[in-house]
Design a protein around this ligand. Structure first.
Ligand code: ATP
Ligand code: MG
Length: 410
């Protein structure tokens, strides 16, 4: 409100627009508020002291209020000839830059979905609608403004946004738009990888990961984002892959619902686990040491994936730790389990193992052994590591040499 009134006082137009208007009309609390105005970025900066201009592809102003940021954009115009500023479009029709300014009505036509092009006018508390957004909003329809094919080609990320909003709002993607998605899904390959990382986080860390995942697969978008995982899911040889990932996503949704934190590394570790697991399995079958196999395969899978989705290094390093601890969790004799308990990623790796066990991909007895081991007293722990516990694998490997070491520790 402060931003809107301040702009008005400076004789500019100012509206709330986009997601916040759409969500308020549904009775949801908006995640953030986007303001749009006829003031140009430099003029916006002149009105607010606490203002920073950001973005090259889409230049806009961030007005800071303590921790809060209100995004203020200038009305976008329709084409280069009439408007000032610059718009750059690739040969494939993709919009690379969009800094042509125009009127509110032109701005409406530049937006993605009709329900995202509603403007709230503080002057008379009305909603301004140029594109039939109110009608679609009441009917629960997500419809691209203009020609769907062209609008998806201009910015293929709109396909991901369609899925995200459809799931979040419980809306239906209009058939004329939905029909194009499987045909154009491959265009995501040309999107800069950092932008796709941001989108994937929004898609899968907003509390609707399970449904979103299903829809992404339905529209062939998932394979464009995670080709190696999609390949595993398509094979589904042992019936495990789909279960594990779905379960991991379900857990993510559950945690968000309980206001518990979720970490991108756990999510991405789950998303890429199938390719890592199957490729490591093949290497181990060919004679590689298991820990070494996981180490190598983890690096390879990540290197290929980051070309598409720019997973930050801090995230990918932790993902690798979680993966590489999986074979190590199978060694439950001697001092190793004690050492593993102190590993900074032990808890995450254990949670990961439990999830694998719950979906039948890892040995439930092994997961159970670790559960008991953590809550056991010192003496019991010693006994568990001496016997090798009840986990299947270690029983067959019962050999002598470790025993004295444990006794010495005792
Ligand atoms: P939310 O913030 O809840 O994720 P939103 O609709 O506000 O949803 P933003 O990414 O914040 O989404 O964008 C704000 C508005 O900017 C959108 O509602 C839409 O009008 C416009 N917009 C955003 N991205 C695009 C795009 N790729 N193409 C066209 N218009 C877009
Ligand atoms: Mg928004």
């Amino acid at each position: 409100m402060k931003v809107l009134y301040r702009l008005r006082k400076a004789d500019y137009q100012a509206y709330l627009v986009g997601g916040c208007v759409r969500d308020l009309l549904l009775g949801y609390e908006p995640k953030d508020f986007d303001v749009v105005t006829d003031a140009h970025p430099e003029q916006i900066r002149a009105v607010f002291r606490n203002c920073r201009l950001i973005g090259r592809r889409f230049r806009l102003a961030h007005v800071h209020f303590g921790h809060e940021i209100v995004e203020v954009a200038t009305f976008r115009g329709l084409n280069n000839e009439d408007g000032e500023g610059d718009r750059q479009q690739g040969r494939d029709g993709r919009i690379l830059r969009d800094n042509v300014y125009g009127t509110i009505e032109e701005d409406a036509w530049r937006r993605d979905f009709t329900v995202n092009a509603l403007y709230y006018n503080i002057r008379d508390f009305s909603v301004v609608d140029f594109v039939g957004g109110m009608e679609d909003h009441s009917a629960g329809i997500l419809r691209l403004i203009g020609d769907p094919e062209q609008r998806f080609r201009e910015d293929p990320v709109r396909m991901l946004r369609a899925v995200r909003f459809a799931v979040k709002l419980g809306f239906t993607i209009h058939p004329d738009c939905a029909a194009w998605i499987p045909h154009l899904a491959h265009l995501l390959e040309d999107i800069p990888s950092p932008r796709l990382y941001d989108e994937v986080i929004k898609l899968l860390m907003s509390g609707y990961a399970v449904q979103t995942f299903e829809q992404l697969r339905h529209f062939h978008l998932f394979g464009a984002l995670f080709p190696e995982t999609e390949e595993c899911l398509a094979q589904e040889a042992e019936d495990f892959p789909l279960l594990f990932l779905a379960k991991a996503l379900d857990r993510t949704d559950e945690r968000l619902q309980q206001n518990k934190g979720v970490s991108p590394y756990f999510l991405f570790a789950a998303l890429l686990w199938e390719p890592v697991r199957t490729q490591a399995k093949a290497r181990i079958a060919a004679g590689d040491n298991d820990v070494f196999a996981y180490q190598e395969v983890s690096a390879e899978v990540i290197n290929r994936q980051v070309r598409r989705i720019a997973i930050p290094r801090t995230v990918s390093l932790t993902m690798r730790e979680v993966w590489m601890l999986q074979p190590r969790l199978e060694r439950i004799k001697g001092v190793r389990p004690f050492k593993l308990l102190t590993h900074p990623r032990f808890r995450a790796a254990y949670d990961f193992l439990v999830l694998r066990a719950e979906t039948g991909e890892a040995d439930p007895e092994l997961a159970d052994w670790w559960t008991r081991f953590q809550s056991a007293g010192e003496a019991e722990q010693k006994a568990m590591t001496r016997e090798g516990g009840t986990a299947r694998r270690s029983r067959s490997r019962r050999r002598g040499p470790r025993k004295p070491r444990v006794t010495r520790d005792a």
